[in-house]
Design a protein around this ligand. Structure first.
Ligand code: UT7
Length: 324
């Protein structure tokens, strides 16, 4: 017997404003063709003026609660993965807690940039296994449009806004790999790579918000090298091979990274959930958005074996194996 953190609800929110690649041709030395060829991105959503990360997170969490047929006071904890909170503090998660009308439990943020949702899932899993929470809402929510340098064509065409939420519940499992729920996690970081991807402002340094800076080619190189490795480690730990994977649900940064990682894992692209064309890179929101869209499309079904993998600023990277 073993406690498993089992998915019981999934939901997402995307801001209404959709911006196609061609929009950037008006202000930057770029083309729709370059953006599509190099990243696979065709369009992205941008938050409206005044629309915040916590508002998007609340909408996604409501959708996940609806799917589960539960209300906010049925959950014990909220974890929000974000690098773009509404305020320096309090946490985005406590704002979501209040917004949902949740009067009990606890809420906190996790900051691991694009790998944030994987780190948040690992934390939620640990809380559930330790018996400290029975139901945990795990949210990835970002407004990266607020930290773009709109003159830098190497970054501002790549990112988008949105939120996704996954509700996990403690259920009894056998400890075998046919259990539903989170089967394994693998987390990594290496702070020596901080200059490859960072925001050039912050509370204790500049007292400004700053904008995103990225050595795209270098991050690309690390991503291709590290994502298949972390996914394989997580699969080994779960006691399953890559041949058993029904869906890779990758961080959606670049279609070429997604494709190469699947190739290295020996998994065909017909078993990869791809949303990058519609969302761009939404950092910590990208995996829960892809999970929600994948379920909505009828790709991901109960009992399917999923591996989620992500890498981002830090560098921080990791993978989670879930049986849906
Ligand atoms: O989510 C966190 C993790 N982040 C990532 O995973 C992103 C990883 N990196 C990437 O996805 C890719 O490196 C990019 C999409 C950012 C760039 O693709 P690339 O194939 O690595 O291109 P590059 O950076 O090597 O640039 C190739 C050329 C350069 O020109 P030169 O130096 O060859 O003359 C760039 O200046 O493309 C130029 N370029 C552009 N041209 C048109 C860069 N951005 C643009 C643009 N439009 N928007």
């Amino acid at each position: 017997m073993m406690i498993r953190a089992v998915p019981i609800g999934i939901g997402h929110y995307l801001p209404t404003r959709v911006v196609a690649n061609a929009e950037f041709e008006k202000t930057l030395d770029t083309t729709d063709e370059w953006i599509r060829d190099r990243s696979g991105i065709e369009r992205r959503h941008f938050a409206a003026d005044g629309e915040t990360t916590s508002q998007m997170a609340i909408a996604a969490a409501r959708a996940a609660l609806d799917m589960a047929g539960l209300t906010a006071n049925d959950i014990d904890a909220i974890i929000v993965a974000t690098s773009t909170p509404d305020l320096t503090f309090p946490s985005c998660a406590t704002m979501v807690q209040a917004g949902l009308g949740m009067e009990r439990g606890f809420a906190f943020d996790v900051q691991a940039v694009c790998a944030g949702f994987v780190f948040a899932l690992a934390n939620a899993n640990a809380l559930i296994i330790a018996g400290q929470a029975r139901r945990v809402m795990v949210i990835g929510a970002e407004t990266f449009s607020r930290i773009m340098d709109w003159t830098d064509r190497g970054t501002c065409v790549l990112f988008g806004d949105g939120a996704g939420a996954l509700l996990l519940e403690a259920q009894d499992g056998t400890g075998q790999s046919d259990d539903r729920g989170i089967l394994s996690t693998d987390l990594n970081s290496d702070g020596r790579y901080r200059d490859l991807l960072y925001v050039d402002g912050g509370v204790s340094s500049s007292q400004t918000t700053g904008v995103l800076r990225m050595e795209g080619r270098e991050v690309f190189r690390h991503a291709v090298e590290k994502l298949a490795e972390t996914a394989h480690r997580a699969l080994d730990r779960a006691g399953v091979g890559a041949d058993a994977v029904d869906w890779i649900v990758p961080h959606q940064a670049n279609l070429r990274i997604i494709t190469r990682t699947a190739q290295k894992m020996g998994v065909g692209m017909d078993r990869v959930v791809v949303t990058v064309q519609d969302h761009g890179n939404t950092s910590a929101a990208s995996i829960p958005l892809a999970l929600s869209v994948g379920v909505g499309r009828g790709q991901i079904k109960r009992g399917d074996l999923l591996v989620c993998e992500a890498i981002g600023g830090g560098l921080a990277w990791g993978a989670v194996v879930i049986r849906w």
